[in-house]
Design a protein around this ligand. Structure first.
Ligand code: ZN
Ligand code: ZN
Length: 187
């Protein structure tokens, strides 16, 4: 749905404190997790987000009912702030991510995995916003993300599904390279 700037970024106010409180609870328990294990699982959650981002965009945003309609609006008006309301993100995060992670890994490491995923998600929201609203410095990470995502918008909706990283587009053969003829013309 189309949102105000505050609404669009309210997840950045809501998610970090929730993750922080859960992390403090984990480390203040009678049997706190080993910091290294916690960090490795957090990192795994972060990497898992990049794959989830790819799958969500490729499969759900472009093919699922309702979601594909919302995503179509983003493709038509890329600068409109279309996102998920923060309350819905929190509910989805608790039901679909945190609860299964707590069941599978226990509270401590489940929180680490969820924290990694949530960090990746917020990074994605920020990078996606920047690709449509900022003019990043040439050859910077955000510049490459902007070029990559512009190819998804303007060259083909069948590739460059990754916003934060090109990794999974390369793994699954959906990377749209800079040498595509229309892109050269557009430069
Ligand atoms: Zn976009
Ligand atoms: Zn798309």
């Amino acid at each position: 749905m189309k949102m105000s700037k505050l609404g669009y970024f309210s997840e950045f106010l809501l998610f970090p404190p929730l993750v922080l409180v859960a992390t403090l609870l984990a480390f203040r328990s009678s049997q706190p997790p080993a910091p290294l294990t916690w960090t490795v699982v957090y990192g795994a959650g972060l990497v898992a987000w990049t794959l989830l981002e790819y799958v969500l965009h490729r499969v759900l945003f472009h093919h699922a009912p309702v979601l594909s309609g919302i995503h179509d609006r983003h493709h038509q008006s890329p600068q409109d702030l279309i996102g998920t309301p923060a309350w819905a993100s929190v509910v989805i995060g608790l039901v679909a991510i945190a609860s299964p992670a707590w069941v599978a890994l226990g509270f401590d490491l489940g929180t680490a995995a969820t924290g990694g995923l949530v960090t990746g998600y917020l990074w994605y929201v920020f990078v996606h916003y920047a690709t449509h609203h900022w003019q990043p410095r040439r050859d910077s990470y955000l510049y490459r993300a902007r070029l990559r995502h512009a190819r998804h918008h303007h060259l083909s909706h069948s590739g460059n599904f990754g916003v934060t990283t090109a990794l999974w587009d390369h793994v699954f053969g959906t990377a749209i390279e800079a040498s595509a003829p229309k892109f050269r013309r557009a430069k």
